[in-house]
Design a protein around this ligand. Structure first.
Ligand SMILES: [Zn+2]
Length: 348
C-alpha cells in the first residue's frame, strides 16, 4: 500500500474515471497486482521477489518456481463473479454516502441471485476491520444501546423480535465534535462483558465517560480514568438526563437510521456485527476528501485479506444465523428510543 495515495493517480476521482480505468477483468487484475505488490512481485512461499509471467496470466516465482495468481490467497480467490462486477460493487459500497443494500446491488448490476449479491457485500464487509487498528484515545464516551428487535409482523401487528445489545464508544474532540467510534455486540451489560469491550477498543490512560451503571465499576483498575455521569445529578441540575452522553447517542441513532434506511431493517442478529463494521468504517472516514480513496482502502484491505468462504458467511456460531433472503416490504420503523429502564439483568 502506498503511503500517500493520490486522486487520479492511485485511485479514480469519479465514476467516469472509474469506468475508464476498469473496463475489463484484465484492467482489474492489473490494479490488484499493483495493490498487492506495489514494489513488484514477492513470492508468498519463499518471500523472494521476481516472477515470470505464464501463458495463463499467472506468475511463476523466479526462485522456487511456485505458480500463483494475483487473486490467490486474497478475498477474490476462486471467485465466480467477474472482477469488473466486484469492482463496481466495491465502488458503490465505498462511494455512496450510505453504501448499498444487497437488493439494490443485485438490481443495479443485474446479478443472478440475491444470495450472490448478499455474499459479495458481506465478503467486502469482512475486510473492513483492519488488523492491528489503533484503539480510541483522548476522552471517550461509552454506553450500550439496543438495536433491532421490532420486525414487520405477518398478521397485522408487529412481532416483537430479539434486540441485540451493542456497546458504543466515541472519541470526543476539543472544543467540540466527535472523532472515531467503535461498535460491538455485547452478550449482556455485566462487567464481564463491558470491561473487555473497553479494553479491546480503548487505549489505557484514556478518560472513559460513562453513566452510573455498575457494569463500568472497576475500569479504573484496568488503567482508565472514569468520568461517571449521574442521571440523578443531571436531573437535579435541571439538565436533560438523556443528553449525558451525546456522542454515543448520536452515533447509535445514525447507525439505527442507516440500518432502517439503506437496509430497511432487514439485518438479522447473526450478521449485525458486520453491518456495524461497515457503519464504523464509513463513520470514521466521514472527513475523507475523496470517496475514491475509500474505494482504494477497501480494495487494499481485500487483497491483504484471506479468502472468505460462503459457508463462513452463512453458518455462524451465533444461534440466529440463517441463509439470506431479500427484505420484505418496509415495516413500521422501530422506536429510536433507547430502552433505558430495561436492563433485564439488573438484580432486582
Ligand atoms: Zn518463490
Amino acid at each position: 500500500m502506498v503511503q500517500q495515495p493520490r486522486a487520479g493517480v492511485h485511485y479514480p476521482r469519479s465514476i467516469g474515471e472509474f469506468r475508464s480505468w476498469f473496463g475489463t477483468d484484465a484492467d482489474c487484475l492489473d490494479y490488484l497486482a499493483w495493490l498487492r505488490w506495489p514494489e513488484g512481485f514477492v513470492c508468498r512461499g519463499c518471500k523472494h521477489p521476481g516472477a515470470w509471467g505464464t501463458a495463463d496470466g499467472r506468475y511463476k516465482c523466479e526462485t522456487c518456481g511456485a505458480r500463483t495468481s494475483v487473486t490467490a490467497g486474497t478475498l477474490f480467490d476462486r471467485r465466480r463473479t467477474p472482477l469488473t462486477v466486484w469492482f463496481t460493487a466495491c465502488w458503490m459500497l465505498a462511494s455512496q454516502k450510505d453504501g448499498i443494500s444487497a437488493l439494490s446491488l443485485q438490481r443495479s448490476l443485474d446479478i443472478g441471485s440475491y444470495p450472490t449479491a448478499w455474499a459479495m457485500l458481506h465478503r467486502l464487509r469482512s475486510v473492513l476491520v483492519r488488523p492491528g487498528r489503533e484503539r480510541l484515545t483522548g476522552a471517550v464516551e461509552v454506553d450500550e444501546t439496543y438495536i433491532g428487535g421490532e420486525e414487520p409482523g405477518l398478521r397485522g401487528g408487529r412481532a416483537k423480535g430479539k434486540k441485540a445489545l451493542v456497546g458504543v464508544a466515541v472519541e470526543l474532540k476539543e472544543p467540540r465534535g466527535y472523532g472515531r467510534c467503535r461498535m460491538a455486540i455485547l452478550a449482556d451489560a455485566s462487567a464481564a462483558s463491558l470491561h473487555p469491550f473497553v479494553t479491546e477498543h480503548i487505549e489505557p490512560g484514556t478518560t472513559v465517560i460513562t453513566d452510573a451503571w455498575m457494569g463500568y465499576t472497576g475500569i479504573e483498575k484496568l488503567g482508565y480514568t472514569r468520568d461517571r455521569r449521574s442521571q440523578r445529578a443531571a436531573r437535579a441540575r435541571g439538565e436533560d438526563p438523556g443528553e449525558l452522553l451525546p456522542g454515543v447517542h448520536r452515533v447509535a441513532s445514525l447507525a439505527k437510521r442507516w440500518l432502517l434506511g439503506t437496509h430497511q431493517g432487514s439485518v438479522d442478529e447473526a450478521h449485525l456485527q458486520s453491518y456495524l463494521n461497515e457503519f464504523v468504517f464509513r463513520f470514521n472516514r466521514r472527513g475523507s476528501r475523496s470517496r475514491g480513496l475509500l474505494f482504494y482502502r477497501v480494495l487494499a484491505l481485500a487483497v491483504a485479506h484471506d479468502p472468505v468462504r460462503y459457508r463462513d458467511l452463512v453458518i455462524n456460531p451465533q444461534p440466529k444465523a440463517a441463509p439470506p433472503r431479500p427484505p420484505g416490504r418496509r415495516g413500521h420503523p422501530p422506536s429510536m428510543d433507547r430502552p433505558r429502564a430495561a436492563r433485564p439483568w439488573r438484580a432486582s
